[in-house]
Write a protein that binds this ligand. Sequence first.
Ligand code: PAN
Ligand code: ZN
Length: 189
Amino acid sequence: MFPAGVTIDPKTGAVSPNTGTYTKHLSELRSIYHDGAEFDARLARQGDAVAYTVIEYREPGADIFFGTTTMSPGRIGDEYFMTRGHFHERPDRGEIYYTQSGEGVLLMQSRQGEMRSVEMKPGVCAFIPPDWAHRSINTGEQPLIFVWCCNQDAGHDYDVIVTRGMRQIVVERSGAVAYLPNPKFAAGN
Ligand code: PAN
Ligand code: ZN
């Protein structure tokens, strides 16, 4: 294994060289939004769209890896575009998100259900503690681009958030960002 310098374009999220990429379309994300009717209406009206793209740089066998996430701006009804959100499988693995362009919110939820958020804007490097679920939300009108870095063995647990949602949703109210209780959050925990 050897040291490397990897170029990250803060305006596009391009990572060069990179070792992998994937794209999530809106049509794959229906269940994360609180208003299914608004979701269907938007897709019928405007068609499918790229919600976000993830590009990684990984050295096999290394402890850490990093990459970018580039999120389109937009809303489903009043709810801003967001990532799926997840806990790491390992409860002892945190992460950082360092915003390069755009503006948004990093919404986090502890295993006990406590909520916190950190503003995402260029210059802010967010610390995500181990065992806090994390979801990024693009509240601006431009792409939201951030660099993330975590352990390769952290793992992703999407089930809890996809099944139950997070406790809060982030919506637009009279031109401002508002946090509301999630009407779809499943009771019982
Ligand atoms: C990030 C996220 C990325 C996409 O690399 O995986 O922003 O979000 P979802 O994975 O929630 O769809 C990260 O947190 N990795 O651990
Ligand atoms: Zn993560």
